[in-house]
Design a protein around this ligand. Structure first.
Ligand code: BYC
Length: 331
């Protein structure tokens, strides 16, 4: 798997003879499956790659709260509202574990947030689409969390210890999120014809953006080869995309919904579904900041950070006041 990814990645990776002694020893530890911890030696590019990926992952969790937050006040029942609130709070928790994991690599949380707010750091393309109906909340849980789990289960085995450990807990919570989304879809599909039509409409709008979530096709993926060599990525973007399609088609059939892809067809020879390609131009536009909700999402985050500044300052002042006597005692 790993060798195959190194061959198909858009960029070549360094061979052992091109590495210096430290890098070679580092690569050997990775190859033996040893976890890398924050104080261990690591090449600067490994550290930067992890900061990029983990911080973008953290930003996705936090920005990912916004499309769902849109429906908290309009959830159809008290029970659905309580469940949705709990899910959105879990996403904040995931962001916190991930920011903490990235901080162990020597970047501050303030810096990561500044990079998000300036548009330098990305977050997942999927959160730049609007949630137009309650069925979208079902579709997000079912499809978006389903895709997130597919991508994140392998990350529990990635080479960087703090990231792998954070992912273990995140994945447990994501499974609950996926089930709650599917439960909403089941309720709508067993409901009135209008409710079933809402579910179908949500699937039609979310399908292709979810297929894009796994990242560009392997031959256009810039980082895959190097990340595979370092066991940050254990499966390629296209491999995970295929697994997601294979897993999701029977779930859609159970709901009685059709996936909006004319090319979707079981291929008995491959033992997988064949499927069509999303509009990759749309994907690249969205990650450049030109999706339907990019400006809105970023403006909301920037405003929230500015509105909460006084509270963060108060917390720091409070902590300084109450920790000072203890610190003096310890000295
Ligand atoms: N959106 O070389 P590539 C969730 C960027 S959901 C935006 O293949 P890499 C949640 C990529 O960053 C999701 N940008 O990159 C669910 C790179 O640009 P930069 C969060 C994307 O890193 C429900 C460029 O395209 N999950 O958690 O090897 C509710 C070239 O791509 C996307 C994660 O972040 C995209 N979809 O592979 C709430 C999982 N795809 O950085 C929350 C961790 C690609 O050079 N991340 N790009 O400017 C990963 O596994 C990998 O980073 C990716 C991309 C598979 C996403």
């Amino acid at each position: 798997m790993y060798a195959q990814m190194v061959d198909t990645g858009a960029k070549r990776v360094r061979a052992a003879e091109e590495m210096d002694a430290d890098e070679r020893a580092f690569q050997e530890r990775i190859d033996r499956g040893v976890k890398i911890e924050p104080k261990d030696f690591m090449p600067e590019h490994y550290r930067k790659t992890l900061i990029r990926q983990i911080s973008q992952h953290a930003h996705s969790e936090i920005v990912g709260q916004l499309p769902e937050g849109n429906w908290v006040t309009r959830a159809p029942t008290l029970k659905r509202k309580a469940i949705l609130l709990a899910k959105i709070q879990d996403e904040a928790g995931h962001g916190l574990y991930l920011y903490s994991a990235a901080e162990t690599l020597g970047i501050s949380r303030d810096q990561m947030l500044a990079d998000l707010h300036s548009g330098k750091a990305k977050y997942s393309s999927i959160f730049n689409y609007p949630t137009l109906s309650w069925a979208d909340i079902g579709a997000i849980g079912w499809l978006v969390d389903g895709a997130a789990i597919m991508n994140q289960i392998p990350l529990c085995r990635c080479s960087f210890g703090p990231y792998a450990r954070a992912m273990t807990r995140v994945c447990k919570e994501e499974s609950f999120h996926q089930r709650q989304g599917y439960d909403i879809m089941i309720a709508l599909c067993r409901g009135t014809p209008e409710q079933k039509a809402m579910a179908q409409d949500a699937l039609n709008r979310w399908w292709w953006p979810v297929v894009m979530m796994f990242g560009p096709p392997d031959e256009q993926s810039v980082h895959s080869a190097q990340s595979a060599q370092w066991k940050i990525k254990l499966f390629s973007n296209d491999e995970l995309r295929q697994r997601f399609v294979d897993q999701t088609v029977p779930q859609a059939e159970y709901l009685g919904l059709s996936i909006p892809d004319q090319a979707l067809k079981w291929n008995a020879q491959r033992g997988h579904y064949d499927f069509g390609q999303p509009d990759w131009n749309e994907f690249f536009e969205v990650i450049k900041g030109n999706g339907p909700c990019n400006r809105d999402r970023l403006a909301t985050r920037v405003k929230a950070a500015a509105d909460g500044a006084w509270f963060r300052e108060a917390l720091v002042a409070h902590a300084a006041k109450h920790q000072a006597p203890q610190a003096q005692k310890a000295a």
